[in-house]
Design a protein around this ligand. Structure first.
Ligand code: PFF
Length: 449
């Protein structure tokens, strides 16, 4: 069966799709809560440093390999490998990436399903159906399964339409909507009493925390998760880029957009917490730490919305924002197994999509039915360990396994002068030695913890 490879039709299409993958629950939920837990502004500073110094070089490795090989991760790593052993290692690494992408999507769609349920709740309440409204916001296996399935069906619908008419079209529609909603919400929250205390916590760095290993570890994990690194999503998106696109610039724009949206999310969530406090909502745990996990999103903020004038609209916008962010990320995750299946020529795009979606849903169902034992374990295994490890492998493949002159040739296609650029002076050595060493250091540290 033939399966012509898709391609982004424009630069802006790629930028919005790749930043759509990067901007997700990790930015709007993960970044502000990590900042709240780790000294506010101190975390923000370290995060920005790591995003550009460590995550950006790894992102470049993915984009360059992807654009050169025009293939999924399994084939791509084999194509750039000169020897038998490295080819086998490439194949195994590629499969590991696909499995991790499917596992991330399986927990991500459970959480995204919660966002959909909370998005419906204000409308159901207004329609005078309190029983249903309660069901939507109460934790239960049937609710989790139903909304996870709905979210995955929407994801499959976008992916089965292909690169240009699915991924690109929907990213171009949803990303501007996401930004507009976010700016509206920030302006609204910042005009409420109490917001300034949240702003101070967020923006004034506590320099004494800057060297804290826990802070550095959290910032690094957050940067890798946020830029969707390691599992082959950026490699695949790179493979849909046109040959004459300037890769270092594209990667830099995506990193900057992703970090900016994370920063904006902090301007929304932390001030909102302190507005809630002003209204009498508890924002500290009994241990004295700021609320961070699901309690923040599903209790503190909804409690705040209920006290606000126009709170129903604000709640609706907030959960729509989170659902959109989750969708543009989930489509990039599903594209990983789909592109692999397509390129093996065993199925058409719609069939590959619905089959992959069904497998992911089966994994989600197992997690939902064993939530207490599996959920946190899958999150930790995939995001704390596997993503950085895979990121390391991709840096190794791009700089140790692949020939340097070929890498240069690939970047040159869109940037003829690259040999004399700052990028080429720094990146090859940096991705070869510093990135793997730093990732190993962080992994070793987290294993010891
Ligand atoms: N970058 C997404 C977020 O910040 O929510 C999460 C993600 C997307 C991780 C795609 C991995 C991935 F392949």
């Amino acid at each position: 069966m033939s399966s012509p490879r898709g391609q982004f039709s424009s630069r802006i299409g790629f930028i919005l799709a790749a930043s759509g993958s990067a901007v997700g629950l990790g930015n709007i939920w993960g970044f502000p809560t990590n900042a709240a837990e780790n000294g506010g502004g101190a975390f923000v500073l370290v995060y920005f440093l790591l995003a550009f110094c460590l995550a950006y070089p790894a992102l470049m490795a993915e984009l360059i390999i992807g654009r050169h090989t025009r293939a999924n991760m399994v084939s791509a790593l084999q194509i750039i490998s000169p020897g038998k052993t490295t080819r086998l290692l490439g194949k195994l690494t590629g499969f590991y990436g696909i499995i991790v992408a499917a596992l991330i999507l399986s927990f991500y769609s459970i959480v995204a399903g919660w966002m959909l349920a909370y998005l419906l709740e204000p409308m159901v309440s207004l329609s005078g159906l309190p029983g249903l409204a309660n069901w939507l916001t109460e934790f239960s296996a049937p609710r989790n399964l139903l909304f996870c399935a709905i979210f995955l069906i929407v994801t499959c619908a976008v992916i089965s339409a292909g690169v240009e008419h699915g991924i690109e079209k929907w990213s171009c529609r949803l990303m501007p909507a996401l930004l507009a909603m976010m700016i509206f919400l920030i302006v609204y929250v910042l005009t409420q009493p109490g917001a300034v205390d949240g702003l101070k916590l967020y923006l004034i760095p506590d320099f004494s925390r800057i060297g804290d290993p826990k802070l550095i570890l959290s910032a690094l994990g957050q940067a890798f998760f946020s830029l969707s690194l390691g599992v082959g999503t950026m490699l695949i998106y790179g493979s849909y880029l046109r040959p004459d696109d300037n890769l270092p610039a594209m990667g830099a724009i995506v990193t900057a957009l992703d970090s900016s949206v994370a920063f904006l999310a902090g301007l929304l969530v932390l001030p909102a917490m302190f507005v809630a406090r002003h209204q009498g909502v508890e924002i500290y745990t009994p241990q004295g730490a700021l609320m961070a996990g699901p309690d923040l999103i599903f209790q503190t903020l909804p409690a705040l919305f209920k006290t606000m004038a126009g709170g129903t609209v604000v709640a609706l916008l907030f959960f729509t924002l989170l659902s959109i962010a989750a969708l543009t990320s989930s489509i990039s995750m599903l594209e990983v197994p789909v592109s692999y299946t397509l390129e093996q020529h065993v199925a058409s795009r719609p069939m590959a999509t619905w089959l992959s979606g069904a497998i992911v849903f089966a994994i989600s169902a197992v997690i939902v039915m064993n939530f207490d034992t599996l959920f946190a374990a899958v999150v930790t295994l995939t995001t704390h360990y596997s993503q950085p490890l895979l990121g390391l492998m991709l840096c190794v493949f791009a700089t140790w396994v692949w020939r340097r002159d070929r890498v240069l040739e690939e970047i040159r296609r869109g940037l003829p002068d690259v040999q004399h650029s700052l990028f080429w002076r720094i990146w090859p050595g940096y991705a070869k030695f510093c990135c793997p060493a730093l990732i190993l250091l962080v992994l070793a540290q987290s294993l010891m913890n």
